[in-house]
Ligand binder design. Structure first.
Ligand code: ADP
Length: 626
């Protein structure tokens, strides 16, 4: 083997021994002759271990081979070559080396030896890699973003954009967007605002709602702005725009649907009111007729039919009104302390005669931990129970109907009601549908049971108002169970028992009735007179004011909608003029809508009852004010 005479090699021994970079002396055949201490240190091998090894022997296995041949190819005309590659140290560590080879030749151009100098550039490579990674990350963030990303400089001109920005605006990045004034997309004013104050005030984002496209159209966007800082200096901004045109359209459609639905509900509520007023006359008059003694049997039964039909019609109207009122968000709860047992008993008394006809057993159980008195909306709870009990009786021909009330274990403020029957049951597939408005299992043409199909829809809405949920359970044959929950509070004080003052015991009051509708006027005055009250009638608010000034009245029943002067204004004036001498004023409204009660009480009225005015409601009021 040709060996280099080391004496031929002229280099500075000082440099060789003390250099901070590695130096290797390589034979013309590519074998290592010697290395300096820095090289030993870099690799952890001793001089002896390097001795006679081929130059490529310490390379990382993933690097391309570098033998003599490759080296010669890399050489330039000065016989120099430079490579950057990975090496493996003795303990298996990977290091990056920047290696410069130089071939020394004699006068006849014969290779004498190579000198290889190696600098460890692992650290630089690592930070280079990190930089590359963050650049890639940033580019990906921009490139694969679902939103348009537009960077622009302090001169207001676009620096760069991504594909989404192209798609949204219709411009091409390279040829059109880069260098374009951003104001063409979002307007001069917005650009100025961003440049002037977006560093400390990001509310400007909300002002950018649209991007102008190349076609001259506008895309609805949600914008955000981020400043670009390079070496601590603000050199521009990112404008990131999310295309929300689709969402916006959906939102508009939803709003339109909601408005239509609300308008529909309001219309229904109004219509129902218009229908209820004349019904008031029909039912009220039959009541009065039936009270007369000189009717023969035939007349009595005809009037009964009118009354029954009137009641049925009114129930349907009430259901429609109730549902539309709830849907229009115009109902509110009327909470009070009440006796839970009594409430269930009252419901039973309504359905008991029908249940008796079919020989159905009615029963209820209250778990021991259910309080006797609770605070909540008594009427609404009754409405749900009555509905479920009514259905249970309707769809059960033999057996029993049982109501159970218990307290939810983990929720002390929740009660669970179960109404169970032994009736025809419900097809398990239909257990949810029946809560939809107008849904009945039998189709309209072959129905065996009467009803509007609104009961359960209303019940579900009312239960929601009471803070609970309702569902039905049935296997389709052995009866059904309806289970609902309500939120409640234990009553703070016991409920005062209704003092059942008999009609005969009632003191005669002097009553003023202000009502413009002649039918209502007749019904109401007849009703009051039959209760033994002294009644004076007037037909508008102005006459009511004059009457109370002329004569002392105990109670005024005041219709709200009257010509000349309405009930609210008249009440306000009476209360203001007469102060504590003023009579009690009871508002009579046709349509108990949310807020009506407050309006009446604000006007100084003392109570309020709704039409059609029921005998029981009037009796209760008379007792209350007696
Ligand atoms: P309606 O009783 O006025 O038809 P509902 O909304 O109260 O309307 O009930 C809807 C439908 O659900 C009823 O027509 C009936 O088919 C079914 N349903 C309700 N309750 C029961 C029950 N207890 N047993 C069997 N079917 C019932």
């Amino acid at each position: 083997m040709h060996r280099v005479n080391l004496n031929q090699v002229t280099f500075n021994q000082q440099v060789f021994d003390h250099a901070s970079f590695g130096i290797a002396l390589v034979s013309p055949e590519g074998l290592i002759l010697t290395v300096n201490p820095a090289m030993e240190k870099m690799f952890g091998y001793t001089k002896e271990e390097f001795d006679s090894k081929p130059v490529g022997a310490f390379s990382h296995p993933d690097e391309p081979r570098i033998g003599l041949e490759e080296l010669q190819k890399l050489m330039n005309e000065d016989n120099e070559a430079q490579v950057e590659r990975r090496y493996l140290t003795k303990n298996g560590e990977v290091i990056w080396g920047l290696v410069s080879f130089k071939l020394f030749v004699n006068e006849s151009n014969k290779p004498l030896y190579y000198i290889a100098q190696m600098i460890n550039i692992t650290r630089q490579k690592e930070s280079e890699r990190r930089l590359q990674e963050s650049v890639e990350r940033y580019t990906s963030l921009k490139k694969y973003n679902h939103d348009a990303v537009i960077s622009f400089g302090l001169d207001g001109r676009i620096i760069n954009t991504n594909k989404v920005a192209e798609k949204l605006t219709g411009y091409v990045t390279e040829t059109e967007l880069i260098g374009m004034k951003l104001s063409r997309l979002i307007g001069t004013e917005n650009v100025n605002k961003i440049l002037e104050k977006s560093l400390y005030d990001n509310s400007i984002e909300h002002d950018i709602g649209q991007l102008a496209t190349k076609e001259g159209k506008f895309v609805e966007v949600l914008a955000s702005i981020a400043p670009i800082f390079v070496s601590g200096q603000n050199i521009g901004f990112y404008l990131i725009c999310k295309d929300i045109s689709e969402q916006k359209e959906l939102l508009l459609a939803k709003e339109a649907a909601e408005t239509t639905n609300k308008a529909k509900s309001e219309f229904l509520a109004m219509m129902s009111h218009e229908i209820r007023t004349p019904m008031n006359g029909v039912i009220g008059m039959t009541d009065i007729l039936l009270d007369m003694n000189d009717l023969n049997e035939e007349q009595r039964s005809c009037i009964e039919v009118i009354r029954q039909s009137g009641e049925t019609l009114l129930n349907i109207i009430n259901d429609i009104l109730d549902l539309s009122k709830i849907e229009a968000g115009r109902t509110e709860l009327q909470e009070e302390n009440f006796d839970l047992r009594l409430c269930i008993k009252e419901c039973f008394s309504v359905v008991s005669s029908k249940a008796e006809e079919k020989k159905l057993a009615l029963s209820y159980t209250l778990n021991h931990d259910v309080p006797d008195y609770i605070y909540g909306d008594h009427e609404r709870l009754k409405q749900v129970l009555l509905n479920l009990l009514g259905n249970a009786v309707k769809f059960t021909s033999k057996g029993s109907i049982a109501v159970k009330v218990e307290r939810t274990k983990n929720n002390p403020n929740q009660l669970i009601f179960t109404v169970k029957d032994t009736g025809i049951g419900i097809n398990p597939d239909r257990l949810e549908d029946i809560f939809e408005p107008f849904s009945q299992i039998d189709s309209f043409m072959n129905r065996r049971h009467e009803g509007t199909g609104l009961g359960l829809a209303i019940s579900r809405r009312v239960v929601h108002m009471l803070g609970g949920e309702i569902h039905a359970e049935s296997d389709g044959t052995d009866g059904s169970a309806f289970i609902f929950t309500i939120q409640y509070q234990e009553a703070s004080e016991p409920v005062s028992e209704n003092d059942s003052l008999e009609l005969a015991d009632m003191i005669q009051s002097n009553i003023l009735l202000a009502e413009d509708n002649p039918v209502n006027r007749l019904v109401m005055s007849k009703m009051l007179e039959r209760m033994g009250q002294k009644v004076t009638v007037v037909t508008n608010g102005k006459e009511a004011i004059e009457a109370v000034q002329r004569e002392p009245f105990d109670i005024v029943f005041m219709d709200l909608h009257m010509p000349v002067l309405n009930g609210l204004d008249a009440s306000q004036i009476i209360k203001r003029n007469l102060k504590e001498k003023s009579p009690r004023i009871v508002a009579v409204t046709a349509n108990a809508l949310k807020g009506d009660r407050e309006k009446c009480l604000d006007a100084g009225m003392d109570e309020y009852i709704s039409k059609p005015v029921k005998r029981e409601a009037v009796l209760k009021l008379l007792r209350q004010f007696a």
